[in-house]
Unconditional design. Structure first.
Length: 276
């Protein structure tokens, strides 16, 4: 074998005359292709006044002294251009762009960017649906001295922007804008049958339980239960609950009855008499 398998460095042969020539050729190659930093990757013609040791990635359709060397590393060494054909996995830093690129076997591609990456997996595999994938005990999104917002944006009102909570990758609860611009809270026991627990209408501020179309400040579809108490353990009717609070007293004289607070006492809704 006359050259090394990876960097294609020339070997000194047994009984070779002028061994320093082969040795210097290998050193020159190492100087060019180890810790590669190229000045530019967009030039198709060599620069007019290159400095000793400067390196470039030859762009497509090269001309002049670079003709026929597209994609190669061009190094100005000892007053001449020396070309090195890249091999799969070689990595280079592009100085004028401040990015790192790698050779795939057919092209140089960015492996990092100051603005974006197509996929990111942290201890997990990202894909075209879950472009950011994290497998972790917890995730922290911190502030930088003030508040912090999570923004989930959808293209149109008919789309969905929500948080989906799962057990074993099967949905159990969903909170967000599901198919319209109202806030929905939905729950499911099996991931297929869903119940609308709460809807808040952004156009009116009305809230609905069990209905997707609240028509008053609070709309309840179906039965509603208030707190159940015995007379000997009634909650305070004053500052704690306030006037207008309602409870259900199940052992009142004459039977169970709904009661309301007047701010001081609990009164039966049937005759407004104080419960005692």
């Amino acid at each position: 074998m006359d050259n090394s398998p990876n960097l294609v460095l020339p070997y000194i042969q047994a009984a070779q005359a002028q061994k320093h020539i082969t040795h210097n050729e290998a050193i020159r190659a190492l100087d060019a292709i180890v810790q590669i930093c190229v000045a530019d990757r967009n030039l198709s013609a060599p620069p007019g006044s290159p400095t000793e040791g400067s390196r470039y990635l030859v762009a497509a359709s090269p001309t002049g002294a670079w003709s026929g060397h597209a994609g190669a590393i061009a190094a100005w060494q000892d007053g001449a251009w020396i070309f090195y054909a890249p091999r799969v996995g070689w990595v280079a830093y592009v100085e004028d762009e401040a990015i790192l690129i790698a050779y795939s076997g057919s092209a140089w591609n960015a492996v990092s960017s100051s603005s974006s990456v197509a996929l990111l997996g942290i201890n997990a595999t990202a894909d075209t649906t879950n472009r950011l994938s994290i497998r972790s005990d917890a995730s922290l999104f911190d502030n930088v001295g003030g508040g912090h917002q999570h923004k989930i944006n959808k293209a149109s009102a008919g789309d969905t922007a929500s948080l989906l909570y799962q057990t074993g990758y099967s949905g159990r609860a969903e909170v967000g804008l599901s198919g319209d611009d109202k806030l929905h809270v939905k729950v499911s026991a099996d991931g297929s049958t869903w119940f609308e627990a709460l809807v808040a209408d952004g156009a009116t501020g009305f809230v609905g339980f069990g209905t997707s179309t609240p028509v008053t400040k609070l709309t309840v579809e179906g039965a509603m239960r208030v707190g159940r108490y015995v007379k000997s353990a009634l909650p305070p009717a004053g500052s704690t609950d306030g006037a207008g609070a309602m409870i259900y007293v199940w052992d009142d004289v004459g039977g169970a009855v709904l009661a309301f607070s007047d701010g001081t006492s609990w009164r039966r809704v049937t005759d407004r008499a104080v419960i005692s």
